[in-house]
Design a protein around this ligand. Sequence first.
Ligand SMILES: [Zn+2]
Length: 103
Amino acid sequence: MTFTSKIKCSNCGHFNTNSDYCEKCGELINPKLKRELSDQKRLDDRDEEERNRKQSKFELFIERNRNHKNILIRLVFQLLYGIWFIVMAIGAFIAWLFAAVAA
Ligand SMILES: [Zn+2]
């Protein structure tokens, strides 16, 4: 006796035999595989959130466009990034200065 499993597609209702994907619409119907995939996706989402938390939206925005395929946009963002870096450095210096004066 060979093992056959009929799984009903949750998307279109088609019954599939020994298949991970629906023969009719291509929907993933293997419940084990489905769970593994969603676990993987949850993990990916968590990584993505982790990355987003570390960088502010503004930094992320600049970071993304620094590698833009349009050279003009890339240059503008390289410049913005440079200004941003200087502003951050000055900000750190002022913070240090205030701390030094207060002490
Ligand atoms: Zn289907």
